[in-house]
Design a protein around this ligand. Structure first.
Ligand code: ATP
Length: 441
């Protein structure tokens, strides 16, 4: 069980019906429990020095209980809340979404003692849920979906393909999968396939014997062997040369590998997670990626949503990034003004979370006032209105180009005719909005 919060005594108020196993789990972890009927018993809060967390049990999803739970989260905005859902929770229901977004963290039944302990201990002294162990922040609907998927996928040992634009947190998602899995005590090894020199990829991944090739002066253990018992994360898998793809396929099919210069097969127990920001189906079609390997890797898939689709998470993350930066640096900035918040909402974030992190850090360094404005974030004019309108126009233009390209199957002449622009302008618009015709076709 993970370390529990330092507060003592600590109590979980369970709004719903815990099972005997769940009661035992809490008791074993040293937590007291109070069971409350959300429809009747909603007077909760701190008693003396008690540290109280509310657990909103959304299993079952009966309408009357949901309405009471929604009232509860509204009336107790100060109470740190944890949501518990199951597969039958109507997560698309607007009321359920409101409840989930008010909760710092969501757990999916059946509860596992370790994840439960970690979730409880992730509440800080102010009762704010920080992030899970992997550091993944986000409570928007697309991120709640990702958390749910990661939770389900962490319980099995199959490969996972993680897709998404650059900087959306694919590596973080891979770490979360590892940390929530039964392999979490064994190594997590991450490798960027695109950064490995093609001539060394095989020996980096699978290792080599002394004298296997010129320059191999000693035996070398490959990354697969280093990750034995744990997880190997292959980032930018689309960049893996074809010969290495063949060997990777063999490891996935047979669970064995051979070091270069040694024909002896080694049995290996590694869960492979792979990520890509390019369209692998396109790479298969153009012969750059083995189809059989693609099918092996694409058993389970996680699509990381772009930051621009994550709503309030943008501001939440910006605040957290600023807080984290302030812990180690003496800076004046301690928040964001309304115009900065508006500019952040309007920006399209092509570099996603990495871009947000960098803009916040830079702004924290240069800001001379306690509240950061759009200028420090380099997001347009300080009044916010101009920035918002410009971005809205850009956004509308991109959406128009994208939708006409989709309708015409990326036919440039037909798209140009529909938008009443020349073909040259059509190409210019695609470049401007970073729409790759090759990848979209
Ligand atoms: N949900 C999140 N909460 C907090 N930090 C995040 C989140 N998502 C991403 N980050 C941070 O953003 C940065 C980029 O994340 P990461 O490297 O996982 O993205 P990626 O999709 O793997 O990028 P690339 O495609 O360039 O390899 C990292 O510093 C990471 O810690």
């Amino acid at each position: 069980m993970a370390a529990l919060p330092k507060f003592n005594p600590h109590c979980v108020i369970w709004f719903g019906r815990p099972s005997p196993r769940e009661r035992d789990m809490l008791a074993a972890a040293g937590w007291r429990m109070r069971i409350a009927d959300p429809a009747r018993d909603i007077r909760v809060g701190m008693r003396g020095e008690d540290y109280v967390i509310g657990l909103v049990d959304l299993r079952g999803g009966e309408t009357s209980a949901l309405a009471a739970l929604e009232r509860l989260v509204t009336d107790h905005a100060d109470l740190p809340l944890l949501a518990l859902t199951s597969e039958d929770t109507p997560t698309e229901d607007a009321g359920v979404r409101r409840i989930l977004s008010a909760c710092g963290e969501r757990l999916v039944a059946p509860l596992n003692p370790q994840q439960f302990g970690q979730a409880l201990s992730s509440f800080d002294v102010d009762g704010t849920c920080m992030a899970d162990d992997s550091g993944m922040i986000g409570q928007s609907a697309p991120m709640l979906e990702v958390h749910g998927i990661l939770h389900r996928y962490s319980r099995v040992d199959l490969p996972v393909l993680i897709t998404g634009e650059t900087g959306t947190g694919k590596e973080l998602a891979a770490r979360a999968l590892h940390e929530r899995s039964s392999r979490h005590r064994a190594p997590f090894v991450a490798v960027n396939c695109g950064a490995l020199p093609p001539s060394l990829v095989q020996s980096e991944l699978f290792g080599h014997e002394r004298g296997a090739f010129t320059g191999a002066s000693a035996r070398r253990i490959g990354l697969f062997e280093s990750a034995d018992g744990g997880t190997l994360f292959l980032d930018e898998i689309g960049d893996l040369p074809l010969d290495a793809q063949t060997n990777l396929l063999r490891v996935l099919q047979e669970g064995t590998l051979e070091r270069i210069g040694n024909s002896h097969s080694l049995r290996i127990d590694v869960r492979v997670l792979a990520a890509t920001h390019v369209d692998l189906e396109q790479a298969v079609a153009s012969g750059r990626f083995r189809q059989d390997l693609y099918y092996r890797l694409d058993v389970l898939r996680v699509d990381m949503p772009p930051l621009r689709d994550r709503g309030d998470d943008i501001e939440l993350m910006a605040r957290r990034f600023l807080e984290a930066f302030r812990e180690h640096h003496a800076v004046t900035a301690r928040g964001f003004n309304a115009a900065a918040r508006q500019a952040m909402r309007a920006h399209r974030w092509p570099g996603n979370v990495r871009e947000l992190l960098n803009r916040v850090r830079r702004a924290a360094v240069i800001a001379e006032q306690p509240l950061i404005g759009p200028a420090e974030l380099q997001l347009g004019k300080d009044d916010g209105t101009g920035a918002g309108l410009d971005h809205a126009r850009e956004h509308a233009e991109r959406e128009a180009v994208l939708s006409v390209l989709r309708e015409t199957g990326c036919n440039v002449s037909a798209s140009a005719r529909r938008l009443r622009v020349s073909r040259v302008t059509m190409y210019r618009l695609c470049r401007k909005h970073r729409l790759s015709l090759a990848e979209m076709r």
